[in-house]
Design a protein around this ligand. Structure first.
Ligand SMILES: [Zn+2]
Ligand SMILES: [Zn+2]
Length: 288
């Protein structure tokens, strides 16, 4: 009995130490983070009075985490995708894999015919709430930690809204995001790289919400809230050291592994992006 107690105590201490270890590693990256002090009129923080959640508080909230049963992130598509949109979806799959160090499975393609006419506006916008509750949730596989869907159609979340970039349900572990407004502005197409970067940013931000990571208002960070495309375009795609510590704790991964996989992603897909310089600098700062 005494041995069992000592074993349990050792396990508790080991888990606590490993939590603190990645927190300490992430602290080494603090000099790379910029304090978020530039807030423009109309930005997220001018309209939303949120408070930052500390690392310890995040742990105490028992957010959704993976386990031996629920271990895959599913990426589904809704409607048709042209060549550029298909490439964006494929690269988003690789990005989420690198960012969350999770196995991503490309899921089924849902047809627009699976959405009732009453949930499609005359301008073609799809009802995001219907998609979450009646399309994705019933199709959630048993081994899914969560399922996100991309669509090239525009979305609306309710009758009083013009549009929404995306919508997610933490309880149901499903989310849907549209790339319609990322790939064209007022009918004019934007560059492939810009559309891709916007999609990667929002997909990682929203998926991190599913892991219970809330908005960050202290540092320039992927988890900054965003009210508009211009605000989104000003934000950095990487996580600040505090949000990164939360992610690594949740995923039970090492800071270094996240940085290395993100460095490899940018080397392969976006070698001229400033994020590659960030990840290279971050890796150079780690002392182990
Ligand atoms: Zn958000
Ligand atoms: Zn942050």
């Amino acid at each position: 009995m005494k041995n069992l107690f000592l074993l349990l105590l050792f396990q508790i201490l080991w888990v606590a130490c490993s939590d603190n270890q990645q927190w300490k590693v992430a602290q080494q990256l603090k000099p790379l983070d910029s304090i978020k002090d530039k807030v423009l009129e109309g930005d997220w923080l001018t309209e939303h009075n949120e408070s930052s959640i500390a690392f310890n508080t995040y742990q105490d909230q028992h957010p959704i985490t993976g386990d031996t049963l629920r271990k895959y992130l599913y990426l589904a598509k809704i409607g048709s995708f042209d060549t550029a949109a298909t490439a964006i979806a494929d690269i988003t799959c690789a990005y989420l894999k690198a960012f969350f160090l999770i196995d991503v499975k490309v899921s089924q393609v849902f047809s627009l015919r699976q959405i009732p006419a009453t949930n499609i506006r005359s301008n073609g916008q799809l009802d995001a709430a219907y998609i979450l509750d009646s399309l994705l949730f019933p199709a959630l596989p048993a081994d899914a930690l969560s399922m996100i869907a991309l669509t090239a159609e525009d979305l609306y979340p309710g009758n009083n809204w013009n549009y929404v970039f995306g919508l997610a349900s933490l309880q149901k572990r499903v989310g849907v995001w549209s790339i319609a407004r990322f790939i064209s502005a007022r009918g004019k197409p934007v560059s492939f790289e810009k559309a891709l970067c916007r999609t990667l940013h929002v997909a990682s931000h929203e998926t991190a919400h599913m892991f219970g990571i809330t908005h960050c208002k202290t540092y320039e960070c992927n988890m900054n809230g965003s009210n508009s495309l211009p605000e989104l375009d000003r934000q950095v795609p990487w996580l600040c050291h505090e949000c990164l510590a939360k992610l690594c704790w949740n995923r039970n991964t090492k800071v270094k592994d996240h940085l290395q996989s993100m460095q490899a992603f940018y080397q392969k897909y976006l070698p001229d992006h400033i994020a590659l310089q960030y990840y290279e600098s971050a890796l150079a700062m780690l002392s182990e």
